[in-house]
Design a binder for this molecule. Structure first.
Ligand SMILES: [Zn+2]
Length: 403
C-alpha cells in the first residue's frame, strides 16, 4: 500500500537540547557496556558527551568507565546520568551542585533543567539551524521545544522559526528570561514524576524489585504551578507518566477548577493512564500529548514493570474508542526525540508491541501531521505482512536537508 501524507509536527521534543547534544556520542544502538565505552572513547575534546544509554541493557560505572577521559552520559529517558571520575574532577568548579548530587535521583528529578544546562553549555544556540534541517530531512517540519533554556535559543527559535517552533520552558528558567524571550514562550512546562527509564515514573503499584517512583511535588505545590501558568502564559504542559502522577494531576485540577479560558492544560506522556483517569481528563478538557515510540516500552521494560503495566502502556485504542479522545484535537503526538523522525514514529504507531497501542493512518495523520503538503511530504509503503513501514521524504523539506 502506497500513501502520501504531510510532514510531521512533533508536539513534544527538545530542539535546543538535542541540537546542543549534536556532537555527543549516540549510544542508542549499544546493548553492552563494552560497545558504549568504545563509542565514548572515540569522542574528541576535553569532555566527551554521550546520550542514548539504556540501563535495561547495561550500566556505566567502575574502573573501565573511569579510565576514559572526562565523560558524561545521559540516559535515553533524559532522566538519569553517569559522570565518570575524571568528569567530576573537571566539572566540580563550574558545576559544584550538579557534581555533588548527580547520583541522587530525587535531586536530579528536581533539577533536570540545571543538568540539561551543563550539556547545553557545551553546544549553544548556533547549533539549532543545522538541527532543524536535520529534522526536516527526517520528515519533521515543525516541533515543540519543551525546554528552551536561554534567551538566545528562545529568540532564534521564536523569530527564525515562527510558525514552525512552539516554545515551552520551566518556571525558574522563564523568570530569568528577558522580555523579548518571554514573549516567544507559549507555555510553562513542569514535571510531576520522573521516567520509566530511571524507575522514577510514579506508580500506584510497585515496580518489579520494589519502589513506586517519585512524585516531585505536593498537591499544594502543584496547584501553585498551575496557577502560575494561568497567570504568566495561559498554558501548561505537565509531565505525568505513571498512574500515580496522573492521579495527582487530576485531583489537583478537579479541586482548582480553573476556567478553560484562563488555563489550557496539556498532559505530556500519560503512558499509564487508566480508563477512569482518561474519562476524568476529558471532563476537565485536558489534552494529551503522547509518544507512539514509547509503545516499545512494553517490550523493553519487562525488567522493571509488572505485566499489567506493560499491557496498559500507551493505551491509544482505549483513549480513542472508549474515552472519546480525538487525534488532532485533544490527542497530539510527538517523539521526545527518542528517536526523531517520521519513519520510527510510523513504525511504532502502526506496528506496536500490543494491539491496544495501534493507531490507524488517519489517526496518525490527524494527531501528528501538518495540515497540508506545502513544506513537503512523506511517501509511505506499508507492508502489513512484514509489519514494516518505509518512508521517503519529498519536496522542499528533503531539499533543505540535503543542503
Ligand atoms: Zn520531554
Amino acid at each position: 500500500m502506497k500513501i502520501r501524507m504531510p510532514l510531521l509536527r512533533d508536539s513534544h521534543t527538545h530542539v535546543s537540547f538535542y541540537a546542543a547534544l549534536g556532537a555527543a556520542a549516540d549510544l542508542s544502538a549499544c546493548r553492552t557496556a563494552a560497545a558504549a565505552l568504545a563509542l565514548i572513547k572515540k569522542r574528541p575534546g576535553p569532555l566527551a558527551l554521550a546520550r542514548g544509554w539504556n540501563n535495561a541493557y547495561y550500566d556505566l560505572r567502575g574502573a573501565a568507565f573511569d579510565r576514559l577521559g572526562p565523560a558524561v552520559v545521559c540516559n535515553v529517558s533524559l532522566h538519569s546520568f553517569r559522570f565518570n571520575a575524571p568528569a567530576r574532577a573537571a566539572l566540580k568548579i563550574r558545576f559544584p551542585d550538579i557534581v555533588a548530587n548527580i547520583d541522587d535521583q530525587a535531586w536530579v528529578e528536581n533539577n533536570l533543567n540545571r543538568v540539561f544546562g551543563l550539556f547545553t553549555a557545551a553546544g549553544g544556540a548556533e547549533a539549532i539551524p543545522a538541527y532543524m534541517e536535520r529534522l526536516a530531512a527526517l520528515g519533521v517540519w515543525a516541533a515543540d521545544d519543551m525546554l528552551v533554556s536561554d534567551d538566545e535559543a528562545a529568540l532564534l527559535l521564536g523569530r527564525r522559526y515562527a510558525g514552525r517552533a512552539r516554545l515551552w520552558t520551566e518556571p525558574d528558567v522563564y523568570r530569568k528570561l528577558g522580555p523579548a524571550a518571554r514573549a516567544a514562550i507559549g507555555g510553562l512546562k513542569f514535571f510531576t514524576d520522573g521516567a520509566l527509564g530511571a524507575r522514577t515514573a510514579a506508580l500506584l503499584r510497585p515496580y518489579r524489585g520494589g519502589g513506586r517512583g517519585l512524585l516531585l511535588h505536593s498537591e499544594v505545590e502543584l496547584g501553585k504551578l498551575f496557577k502560575l501558568a494561568a497567570r504568566l502564559t495561559g498554558r501548561a504542559a505537565v509531565h505525568a507518566i505513571g498512574d500515580a502522577a496522573l492521579e495527582q494531576v487530576l485531583r489537583v485540577l478537579e479541586r482548582l477548577a480553573v476556567p478553560r479560558r484562563s488555563l489550557r492544560v496539556r498532559v505530556e506522556h500519560a503512558q499509564l493512564i487508566t480508563q477512569e483517569q482518561a474519562r476524568r481528563a476529558r471532563r476537565l478538557g485536558l489534552a494529551l500529548c503522547m509518544q507512539p515510540n514509547f509503545s516499545g516500552d512494553s517490550a523493553c521494560y519487562a525488567d522493571r514493570l509488572p505485566s499489567a503495566y506493560l499491557r496498559a502502556n500507551n493505551p491509544f485504542r482505549m483513549l480513542i474508542d472508549k474515552a472519546g479522545f480525538v487525534p488532532g484535537e485533544d490527542l497530539l503526538f510527538g517523539s521526545d526525540g527518542m528517536p526523531h523522525g517520521a519513519a520510527p514514529a510510523l513504525q511504532a504507531a502502526l506496528f506496536p508491541p500490543c494491539p491496544g497501542q495501534r493507531l490507524t493512518l488517519g489517526e496518525f495523520r490527524a494527531g501528528y501531521c501538518l495540515p497540508n503538503l506545502e513544506a513537503g511530504w512523506l511517501d509511505l509503503k506499508v507492508d502489513e505482512a512484514k509489519r514494516k513501514v518505509s518512508v521517503k521524504v519529498g519536496g522542499p523539506a528533503a531539499a533543505a536537508g540535503r543542503k
